[in-house]
Design a protein around this ligand. Structure first.
Ligand code: ADP
Ligand code: MG
Length: 322
């Protein structure tokens, strides 16, 4: 039987490339971070609970990836560059096969972004994964939710809705072929944090956030904090490749209120339109202009013919849903 310390040593004290910014890593009472002088530390925590955020029998490698990906996505949404992370883990049992898969999914992504595991906590209990990420950003450059300006373009990275479509497949809400479901499920289980794009937009875009609970609900946070409104051209929304094959009504619903997309939604001055497209190209991350920020509060949805749409859609809320 693995002891707590064997477990930490075997699966989480992996050889990651030493990083000068980590003065002291796993093994002491605290880790010590050497942040770049003059930069601000960006900190964010996201918890994944079994049965709530993922199916209990989900592939552990994907779970390791996703647990870190959703946290890196928060750094990206702020424009901060990843530095390190800590991992608080509750496990029902110390299953070495499960742990090996989980940690390799986790470290594959961590190494991709030079993000070092600096500590954590391990306990027995219902499966629960809580990660805190630390990143750095130059003062004044963070992409804050309260920074949208009237006249800004509204942009979205990548594509929307395939993760929600995969969930509809699991729930049998919607019939998909096996191949379609597998493709959509990749988006649900292995989201890509838009780290390069977020860092490149810092100091250039105005407001940003990452879409975890659905575009309209999440965009609502920017609008509220910035005291502005917005218009969205609904049929310009970039549907994921599987969702793009579905009906117009489903495309609209899952693009607007899907959730689990982990794309960036951001605003930027209209005169920076070309610059935004160049940045996106240099980061290899497509972006689409989907609307504009307006002085009138609230969100207005338009179709291709510029007709206003009234769609009854709710974004995801853990305490409202059952
Ligand atoms: P303490 O009792 O002081 O909280 P622990 O015995 O819990 O310390 O942890 C010992 C060391 O292992 C600490 O440096 C801690 O940060 C690290 N650690 C514990 N669990 C994990 C984990 N899941 N991943 C990475 N580091 C961990
Ligand atoms: Mg501890």
């Amino acid at each position: 039987m693995l002891s707590e310390f064997d477990l930490i040593h075997t699966f989480f004290t992996k050889a990651q490339t030493p990083d000068a910014r980590v003065a002291l890593g796993i093994g002491d009472d605290c880790a010590l971070l050497q942040t770049t002088p003059g930069k601000q530390l960006a900190i964010s925590t996201d918890m994944l609970v079994s049965g709530r955020h993922f199916f209990p029998d989900v592939d552990p490698r994907s779970l390791g990836h996703k647990a870190l990906a959703v946290n890196l996505s928060d750094l990206a949404a702020m424009g901060a560059r990843p530095l390190g992370f800590s991992l608080a883990l509750a496990l029902p049992e110390a299953n070495p096969t499960w742990l090996a898969e989980f940690s390799s999914g986790l470290f594959d992504l961590a190494n991709q972004y030079q993000c070092t595991l600096i500590g954590g906590d391990t306990t027995k209990g219902p499966l629960n994964i809580c990660i805190t990420v630390y990143g750095e950003i130059e003062p004044g450059k963070a992409l804050r939710r309260d920074a949208a300006q009237v006249g800004d373009d509204l942009w979205i990275s990548g594509t929307l809705g395939d993760a929600r479509l995969a969930l509809a497949g699991y729930w049998k809400e919607h019939a998909l072929s096996e191949a379609q479901h597998q493709q959509a499920a990749q988006r649900m289980h292995r989201p890509s944090p838009r780290v390069e794009l977020g860092c490149a937009l810092a100091g250039i875009a105005h407001a940003a956030l990452d879409i975890s609970d659905g575009l309209i609900g999440d965009l609502g946070h920017i609008l509220k904090r910035s005291h502005v409104g917005a218009r969205i051209m609904v049929d310009e929304l970039p549907a994921g490749p599987v969702l793009a094959q579905q009906s117009l009504a489903l495309r609209r619903e899952f693009c607007l209120a899907g959730g689990d997309d982990y794309e960036l939604c951001f605003t930027a001055a209209a005169h920076d339109r070309e610059k935004i497209l160049e940045i996106a190209q240099s980061c290899n991350t497509p972006v689409t202009r989907i609307g504009a920020i307006e002085a009138e509060t609230g969100l207005r949805l338009y179709d291709n013919e510029n007709q206003m749409l009234s769609l009854q859609l709710a974004s995801f809320d853990h305490f409202k849903s059952t």
